[in-house]
Ligand binder design. Structure first.
Ligand code: 1HE
Length: 251
């Protein structure tokens, strides 16, 4: 149900359950956890995408048996744990979206660092209509991407957002023609792979903590990571390369 492939410094992770629209059951979720917990050394960026005509239809509803409260809590916390493996793993993760990116599928996409949406992508949170609530971290991550009002609207009314709306609202950073998402993701991944490791680390592990903290603590954390990164030999070399005309300009 999950296929991985390594090409150069990039890890490709394919959700491969098209007959069920890449609905996520526990087995698939746990294999996502394993993959993102055991990223081999030397990998610089990962790309996750879906086989078939949809990225993911979200939680496998056929497995949604009656759970008691504690089982329900454990299940949601398992999703949280796996989403954290994606968000706070060793490498930045790019999600390539197409077709349905709904419910738990949108929660997986939201745990990634960059989202590239092909034109067919649509976003929804059908939990509102199914009589349940999001449980895979959407209530924390989505308001940061699109704001609380838009998430509330999606859940209260079942609103489906198009790829273009998703781009405007901040659900994705890029929209591509159909079938071109992976190509775009590889282009972005190569840029990410060429960054200093400390920069990618700071963006993945420090920036989210700064965003979650108060201004005073956030500014101090920023100063600390700025000082640490600029004192690294890699940064010193890159600065020298620029000053001596060997580095690429911004444009
Ligand atoms: C599924 C699922 C699923 C499809 N769980 N089996 N997510 C949802 O509420 C979305 C439900 N799915 C849909 O609205 C549609 O399937 C799609 C719009 C995504 C795709 O439509 P379509 O016409 O391409 O496919 P289909 O004919 O609806 O589905 C094909 C098969 O996949 C069919 O099974 P089959 O055995 O009859 O062929 C469907 O039953 C199956 N399938 N989606 C199980 N989700 C951490 S908490 C997160 C909470 C949530 O994610 S709630 C949102 C769940």
């Amino acid at each position: 149900m999950l296929q991985t492939e390594i090409k150069d410094e990039l890890l490709f992770v394919k959700i491969n359950r098209p007959e069920k629209r890449n609905a996520i059951n526990d087995e698939l979720l746990l294999s996502i956890e394993t993959v993102f917990t055991t990223i081999p050394a030397g990998i610089k960026c990962a790309i996750i995408y879906g086989e078939g005509s949809h990225f993911s239809a979200g939680l496998d509803l056929s497995a949604l048996r009656e759970r008691d409260i504690v089982e329900g809590l454990r299940h949601s916390r398992m999703w949280h744990r796996v989403m954290e493996r994606i968000q706070f793993g060793t490498v930045p993760v790019i999600a390539v979206l197409h077709g349905a990116c709904v419910g738990g599928g949108l929660e997986i996409a939201a745990a990634c660092h960059i989202r590239v949406a092909e034109k067919s992508t649509f976003y929804a949170l059908p939990e509102g209509q199914r009589g349940i609530f999001v449980g895979g971290g959407a209530s924390v991550r989505l308001p940061k991407l699109i704001g609380m009002a838009r998430m509330t609207d999606m859940m209260l009314t079942g609103r489906v957002l198009t790829a273009e709306e998703g781009l405007t609202y901040g659900l994705s950073q890029y929209v591509t023609e159909e079938g071109k998402g992976l190509e775009k993701a590889v282009e972005l991944a190569k840029k990410i792979a060429s960054n200093a490791e400390i920069t990618n680390y700071a963006l993945m592990h420090v920036l989210p903590k700064i965003v979650d903290s108060g201004q005073t603590e956030g500014l101090m954390m920023e100063s600390l990571i700025a000082a640490i990164s600029s004192a690294s030999p890699e940064a010193q070399k890159r600065l020298q390369d620029f000053l001596e005309g060997r580095a690429k300009k911004v444009i």
